[in-house]
Design a binder for this molecule. Structure first.
Ligand SMILES: Cc1cc2nc3c(=O)[nH]c(=O)nc-3n(C[C@H](O)[C@H](O)[C@H](O)COP(=O)(O)O)c2cc1C
Length: 198
């Protein structure tokens, strides 16, 4: 099969997966009872239908990162976090608004890597009472310092209309999945372009 693929210029499924960009959907909250996994799965469901990249959920909580600078840095989660980021070509941040900004957990996770973020692209999906807009704008400032190119299209979700009782995610507005696709179009284009710089 490999011979015929080479002769006909087609790639095996494995080769196609390898050639695709890897995009991490990063859950920005870690608290008990958080809603970010529901939002992340919704974005991944839309993304997987596109077939244009390898999309995966990346949960900060899995890495059990200590608070930056409070330990000797030998926790395995710190190295694992950097290794995971290094495998990714781009990101979608699931950003929730805490006190008009991003969560402490996301800021800590952002601070825990440097080169692994550089020259990559990102989109933001945010939520909060005002769509998480204030958190998203703070996040954009941080991404600039980390040399992550944040794309323009930014789906915003309302805690009042897109969640039942603020806990069960039920996206209402019909344009939301289109917004996610438009954001992903930009993330894929820029992630591919920036890969040539690394
Ligand atoms: C400490 C804290 C501060 C919050 N501050 C805001 C805020 O400033 N603006 C807002 O729209 N929502 C605010 N919220 C509501 C959160 O956006 C909401 O609880 C959301 O579900 C949090 O995301 P998570 O469930 O993934 O943790 C706050 C929630 C917490 C826990």
């Amino acid at each position: 099969m490999g011979f015929w693929n080479k002769l006909l210029g087609t790639n095996s499924k494995e080769e196609q997966v390898m050639a695709k960009l890897n995009i991490g959907i990063i859950l920005g909250s870690t608290r008990e009872g958080r809603v970010s996994p529901q939002v992340g799965e919704w974005v991944k469901g839309i993304a997987d239908k596109r077939g244009d990249a390898n999309y995966e959920i990346v949960d900060i909580a899995d890495y059990q990162l200590p608070f930056l600078g409070t330990t000797d840095g030998s926790e395995p989660g710190i190295a694992a976090w950097n290794q995971k980021l290094a495998t990714l070509d781009g990101f979608v941040f699931i950003a929730q608004e805490y006190n008009h900004s991003i969560t402490g957990a996301l800021k800590n996770a952002l601070d825990f890597a440097r080169e692994a973020w550089n020259n990559k692209a990102a989109g933001i999906v945010s939520y909060g009472s005002a769509g998480g807009a204030r958190a998203a704008e703070h996040l954009r400032g941080i991404l600039g310092e980390l040399m992550i190119a944040d794309v323009r299209v930014h789906p915003t979700l309302s805690l009042f209309t897109d969640f039942e009782n603020g806990t069960v995610f039920k996206p209402q507005a019909p344009h939301l999945s289109n917004n996610v696709n438009e954001m992903l179009d930009q993330v894929i284009a820029w992630s591919g372009a920036l890969k040539t710089l690394r």
